[in-house]
Each structure stands twice: as structure tokens, then as C-alpha cells.
Design a protein around this ligand. Sequence first.
Ligand code: RP5
Length: 154
Amino acid sequence: MENAPKTAVILGSKSDVPHMDGCVELLRNFGIEPEIKIMSAHRQPEAVAAFAQGAAKEGFEVIIAAAGLAAHLPGTIASWTILPVIGVPIPSSSLNGIDALLSMVQMPTGVPVGTVTVGKAGGINAAVLAAEILALKYPEVKENLIAYRKSLSE
Ligand code: RP5
């Protein structure tokens, strides 16, 4: 797509990749080519801060961040940018993702993370939500989104 929307998919660990395959595939179906990065809020805090601080200047319009356990990745990113951040709680723990869900959804006033369903369904919903945001500006994404919704009802 000409002038393609720039979206980042950030994963907290390599071990999160299998949970987010569907997200990446669906973004591509919508005409959104994501930049995928693996960086941990706890193990590589400087890299996460540098990415988040520069994301808007780099031209990113939406950021999807997926993490498990005490999942501070989307919240940390959200603290450094005013871009919309969509958080996907990954069920990688003995608590099956309830820990990640609460870590993402319970952000303090004024710094939200748009938190979606736990696990693979969340990855899919993150792609749809990102497309809904980008559809406001990109007509091709809007058309693809309408076709996707139609395919669901069929
Ligand atoms: C989180 O801890 C990651 O997002 C992942 O879901 C979980 C386990 O990470 P690894 O120990 O497999 O790297 O930070």
C-alpha cells in the first residue's frame, strides 16, 4: 500500500511469539505491515524507553504490546508516548494470564492501555482494534476491515 500505516508489534519475550502469530497475519490481511520487535520492560528497560520515546517521530501510529506475567511492557511504553497503545495479556504463567491482564488494564488515571482479550483471541482483537484506529485515516484499511466484519457474519 502506498503511504502504508506504520504499526509496531512489541513482544516481551521470544516465548510470546506463538501467541501473536494471528495478530501479525491479520494485520497483514488488513494491509498493515507491522514492525515486530522483541524487548522486555524488565530485562531491557533502556531499549523499551528509547523505542517508546522515538516511536511517534519514527512515524508509528499505533503500538501493540504483548507480554505475560507482571506485564509492564504496554504500560511502560504508554508512559513515554501519546500514541495509542493496545495491550495483549499473554497467558504464559501459572495464573493463565490473569496477572498480565490486571497489570495492563489497571493503569493509573491519564495513562491508559487499551487492553484486549487474554491470549490468541487478544492478538486477533488487537489487530482489529489497530485497524479500526487506522481506518479513520487509511481508506484501504477501512475497506479491508468492512470485508473482514462481513466475513465474520457469513
Ligand atoms: C514476560 O515474561 C514475557 O512477556 C513472557 O510472557 C514471560 C516469560 O518470558 P521468558 O522468561 O520466556 O522470556 O516478560
